[in-house]
Unconditional design. Structure first.
Length: 362
């Protein structure tokens, strides 16, 4: 499965610059609104230090990670929900993503244009959130109308009443300015709402663009955002991240930068795992180690299917070693002798850090 994250924000707040740094891309950057018209797409690999530890023991150099696809989306202005600017394109592209990175400008620089001619992080956030809410209101009202029209020729059943009840609550929340991702839902409600793909239900990470160097003013802007939201806020200093990006390109011990938590990429990866409720399992052979990113709660049969569709049909059982046991025993052979190798069925719930060998029929 490909996880997708949309990078959003007002025009000219640094979305494309940050996109380029994070994904090693070369999207066009300009000091004017709507420099980005067509979405730019790039990848961030979900680095995990445990894959490197496994590779040292089995002495292989090839390591493969899962990735998240980032989409740099056109800027938003007031009225986007009604088609102003590039609003329709903006909103339709957001719906395709599992989560959102909202870039907010947190630096002063008179040479770089701001669409509202002033730096106010909270106003910027509220503009974007308002447009998301307005789009969700319109979407919600259409669904309610469709359910009611469909039911004209038949009696409402229990599920129809349930759907209308949930949608009317959503509409009430939208009109109060409340994002759905801040609301707690029971399991049944959550399943239904998730199926509708509301914009304000998507998890949000705020990226505070503090410019090329952190200043007292940029720190003040950053604190304003942190005090405003309970969502994750990640500051990015472009100058530092460009240095890390160059190290990544040159393979100059970039992973040590990640593992030492020096790069904002580290915190972004952790945020992705937290918000999308993901975990990682590992496979290896004589040539490579692979880290597989899956939703928490995935069972062994589903994990096998992720590797190859034929694995699901040929699945017999899964041989599993916990990562910590594998490292402590310095490999599978010693782990087996120490009784640390387990055999699990297709319904086993995969745990974060499991090293799995799938045993298959011929």
């Amino acid at each position: 499965m490909v996880w997708k994250c949309g990078i959003i924000g007002l025009p000219n707040v640094g979305k494309s610059t940050i996109f380029n740094i994070l994904t090693d891309s070369y999207a066009k950057v300009g000091n004017f609104p709507f420099c980005t018209i067509h979405p730019n797409i790039g990848k961030i690999f979900l680095f995990d230090s445990r894959a490197y530890e496994i590779s040292k023991i089995i002495e292989v150099k090839k390591i493969f990670f899962s990735y998240i696809e980032f989409i740099d989306i056109a800027g938003l202005i007031k009225g986007s929900a009604y088609g102003q600017g590039l609003g329709n394109l903006f909103l339709s592209k957001i719906r395709e993503n599992h989560m959102i990175c909202h870039v907010v400008r947190c630096f002063d620089n008179q040479d770089i244009i701001h669409v509202n001619n002033r730096i106010d992080p909270l106003e910027d956030i509220n503009i974007v959130n308002t447009e998301l809410l307005l789009a969700d209101i319109d979407f919600c009202e259409k669904i309610i109308l469709k359910i009611k029209n469909t039911s004209i020729n038949k009696n409402f059943n229990k599920f129809d009443n349930f759907k209308l009840s949930v949608l009317e609550r959503c509409l009430y929340l939208f009109n109060k300015g409340i994002l759905l991702n801040t609301v707690k839902w029971n399991k049944e409600e959550n399943l239904f709402i998730q199926s509708l793909n509301f914009l304000t239900l998507k998890p949000i990470v705020y990226i505070a663009n503090i410019g090329r160097i952190s200043t007292k003013k940029s720190d003040q802007y950053l604190n304003i955002i942190k005090n405003f939201t309970q969502s994750i806020v990640i500051p990015i200093c472009i100058e530092k991240e460009q240095e890390y990006s160059q190290s990544r390109k040159e393979n100059l011990n970039f992973f040590s930068l990640i593992s030492q938590k020096k790069s904002s990429l580290y915190y972004l990866i952790q945020s992705i795992y937290t918000l999308l409720k993901l975990c990682t399992f590992f496979t290896y052979n004589n040539n490579e180690v692979r880290a597989w990113t899956i939703p928490i709660g995935t069972i062994a049969l589903q994990a096998a299917r992720l590797i190859h569709s034929s694995f699901e049909k040929r699945f017999i059982r899964a041989q599993i070693i916990n990562f910590d046991d594998y490292i402590l025993c310095k490999g599978k052979k010693n782990a087996r002798e120490m009784g640390k190798v387990r055999i699990e069925s297709k319904n086993y719930t995969v745990k974060d850090g499991d090293i799995i060998q799938f045993l298959l029929s011929k």
